[in-house]
Design a protein around this ligand. Structure first.
Ligand SMILES: *Cc1c(COP(=O)(O)O)cnc(C)c1O
Length: 364
């Protein structure tokens, strides 16, 4: 019998806290984080800062809020007031990043920042020439630079580039380019732990090029809730104020921090998720006509498409065999592996794709 969720590959957020994590939550010492005296939250923030190699860290309810707070704290003290679009702080990021796809409206509305989408190379990093051109553009009023702050956001792993892990040299190079134009360098590292494990580097080595880093606890690491924003102490102090403004300050959040502390100890387990993804990619490649792109450094994401079959139709066909995936663009569907999966599921998934490939298409 297949365990519940064993064939649900939609996201690595779809893990649920196991007995060990729930026991840690039940035993958590708590205070009130709004008063700064929740010992479990303080312990988590200290552990996060050590892991990322930064002076400080801040616990937030989600990575979406961490990214927004990251931008707010970077553009402070400039008031994100009513400015014409050309005279706002700008947020430069790859067109296929989570921020560009899902967070631009929040960045405009709540941070007053104007998102600028950059073309990405096949590894998922922004094209350097486009980055330089955008950095040179700058915010202007009547053709004169206004000095409004620019934030460059890099993403690692690269969600829509088959979960590719960007190496430290690539990140350092892009960050150095951004700094030549006095930009703040943010790293949306929702899956930075996956990148570190895949590249056999420490999380801190991959975080080092950035001024601020979002680190998700609720993806492959398996915490029920939460994300850390990491950076220098003064910057994290400003972020703490912005979190308050957004309603992200929590009270007995030590219960959640205890789960997150358990999650942080599970980084080495991501090797398992990556092994399952690698085997899944190999298995799917064996299906005739299946297109399974191979990123330079695969982590826990695999995408596949079949000729002339729209992604929602492929997702539907797989679901009739019990396999759940997320439809993306250009006919691709996404599998994300996590701790709830294992190698024994792969023959079932490969067979489901074979059947999906053989089923008659509506136009046939
Ligand atoms: C999942 C994800 C987010 C958002 O995380 P939430 O905690 O669901 O808000 C942001 N950026 C990237 C790259 C992600 O993968």
């Amino acid at each position: 019998m297949t365990a519940p969720g064993a064939l649900d590959f939609r996201s690595d957020t779809r893990t649920s806290p196991d007995a060990e994590m729930r026991a840690a939550m039940a035993a958590a010492e708590v205070g009130d984080d709004a008063y700064g005296d929740d010992p479990s939250v303080l312990e988590l923030e200290a552990a996060g800062a050590r892991l990322l190699g930064t002076e400080a860290a801040l616990f937030l309810p989600s990575s979406t809020m961490a990214n927004l707070v990251a931008v707010l704290a970077a553009i402070e003290p400039e008031p994100p007031a009513e400015r014409p679009p050309g005279d706002r702080p700008r947020l430069l990021t790859g067109a296929d990043t989570h921020i560009a796809r899902f967070e631009t409206e929040a960045m405009r509305r709540f941070a007053g920042a104007e998102p600028v989408a950059l073309p990405q190379r096949t590894d998922g990093s922004p094209a350097p020439a486009a980055l330089v051109a955008a950095l040179r553009g700058g915010a202007r009023r009547n053709g004169t630079p206004t000095g409004a702050r620019t934030v460059v956001s890099l993403e690692n792993t690269c969600m829509l580039h088959n979960g590719n892990a960007l190496d430290a040299a690539t990140l350092h190079h892009l960050a150095a380019t951004a700094r030549r134009y006095a930009a703040h360098v943010h790293l949306d590292g929702a899956r930075l732990a996956n990148a570190a494990v895949a590249l056999n580097l420490s999380v801190a080595e991959l975080a080092a090029p950035a001024d601020s880093v979002t680190f998700c606890l609720a993806k492959g690491l398996g915490a029920p809730v939460g994300s850390l924003l990491c950076g220098r102490s003064d910057y994290i102090g400003r972020a703490r104020t912005q979190r308050l403004h957004l309603g992200g300050t929590m009270h007995q959040s030590g219960v959640l921090a205890a789960a997150a502390l358990t999650a942080l100890r599970r980084i080495p387990d991501l090797t398992h998720d990556h092994a399952v993804a690698a085997a899944l990619a190999t298995g799917l490649t064996s299906v005739p006509d299946a297109d399974v792109p191979e990123p330079p450094h695969r982590t826990n994401i695999v995408t596949v498409r079949l000729p002339n079959l729209p992604a929602p139709d492929l997702a539907h066909r797989l679901s009739t065999h019990g396999v759940q995936v997320l439809p993306l663009d250009a006919g691709f569907v996404r599998f994300v592996t996590h701790r709830g999966h294992d190698l024994s599921a792969i023959p079932t998934v490969v067979q489901a794709l074979e059947r999906a490939a053989r089923a008659p298409s509506p136009g046939d």
